[in-house]
Every structure is written in C-alpha cells, then in structure tokens.
Design a protein around this ligand. Structure first.
Ligand SMILES: [Cu+2]
Ligand SMILES: [Zn+2]
Length: 205
C-alpha cells in the first residue's frame, strides 16, 4: 500500500513538473521577446525621425519652376531621387503647339531667359542623342512631353543613372530642364531635331 502511494505521488510530481516546464518555458521565453523588439524599434523610430526626415527631404526631392521665353512661370518640375535614377514630374501650361515637344536635361543652367546658354544635353559618358539611337542616349534624354489642345503638358519621366547628389558627374544639380518647340525624333544627333528652346527651368545646385 505504502509503495503504491509513493509510486503514484512520484508519478504525480513528474507529471506536474512536466506540465510546469511545458507551460512556463514557452511563456517565459517567447512572451517577453516581442515586447522587447517592439520597444526597440519604436525607440529607434522616435530617435531618428526628428533629424532624418528634413535631411532626406532636402537630399531627395527638388522643385523647379519652368519659365517661358518672357520669364513667366508656366509650371513646375519635381525631381525625386529613386534607387536607380531620378523621377521628373513635369506640369506646365500655355505651350504651343499641341502635340509632342522635346524635353531634356541640358548641361548647364541658363542665364536670364537665354536658353541657348544651357549648352547641349547632359552627356557625361560621351553618348549620342536619342532613346532610339544605338549609340545613345545622353543621360539627359527623355521621351517627348505631350501637350494638350489647351496648352497643358503633363508627364512623368525617368532619368535612369542620374542623381540629385551634388558633385557627381551624373548629378542633375546646377543643370537645366529645357522644353523645345518641336518633337524630338529620338535618334538625330545632337538634339533630335526638336527645334527652338521655348521654356526651361534651372535645377538648384
Ligand atoms: Cu533640349
Ligand atoms: Zn540628347
């Protein structure tokens, strides 16, 4: 009789110990872990945001006014740094004629409204002009800007390989955006036969 009691109580203790380890070990190991990591990432975000946000906005996005040949602001271009280049969103009004207009990044800022002072297309790698030119394109080449019957032109353009980081050979800083009177044929050197320079904007240094 005594042996049975000892045996059963021994088994009972083993079972209780077994349950105890099964129950407690997952709780004590897993439960605190998410709390800790959540706290850590929150603390990081709170610590970083006040300084990081203004700096990265300055680095990564630039707004440029587009003016016509009489110095009137006819719209804007917003340049945003992407992982592998720069996105340019153009929004202009009052352009004639409706249809396609060549648009490029030129190698210099222009002075006054003398768009000729912008020089040629941004071309740090010695390429020829045009997205359809086998020896091209220039870094500053883009598809044509579509102008509507009401004179409005809106477009999103990718500039692969370009950067907004100052001081680099592929940087757009200190360069200019130029819109032309005619369609860019995307293959004729050096400017796609796109005609006169009718509007533009200087990208800040
Ligand atoms: Cu041009
Ligand atoms: Zn070009």
């Amino acid at each position: 009789m005594m042996r049975k009691v000892i045996l059963y109580s021994g088994l009972f203790v083993l079972v209780v110990l077994g349950l105890y380890t099964l129950n407690l070990s997952p709780e004590s190991n897993i439960a605190p872990a998410p709390d800790l990591s959540a706290q850590t990432s929150q603390t990081h975000a709170e610590e970083q945001s006040p300084e990081a946000i203004p700096v990265s906005e300055n680095m990564q996005s630039v707004n440029v006014n587009i003016v016509n040949a009489t110095s009137h602001v006819i719209g804007t271009a917003k340049l945003t740094q992407q992982a592998k280049g720069v996105l340019m969103e153009v929004n202009v009004t009052g352009l004639t004629p409706p249809g396609k207009h060549g648009i490029h990044i030129h190698e210099k800022a222009f002075r006054g409204t003398d768009f000729a002072t912008a020089g040629g297309h941004l071309n740090p790698y010695g390429k020829e002009h045009g997205l359809e030119n086998p020896k091209g394109p220039h870094l500053g080449d883009m598809p044509n800007l579509e102008v509507q019957a009401n004179g409005a032109g809106k477009g999103k353009f990718n500039l692969p390989g370009a950067t907004l980081e100052p001081g680099k050979e592929n940087s757009l800083r200190g360069k200019s955006i130029i819109i032309h009177a005619k369609e860019d044929d995307q293959k004729t050197n050096p400017a796609g036969n796109s005609g006169d320079r009718i509007a533009g904007g200087n990208i800040p240094e």
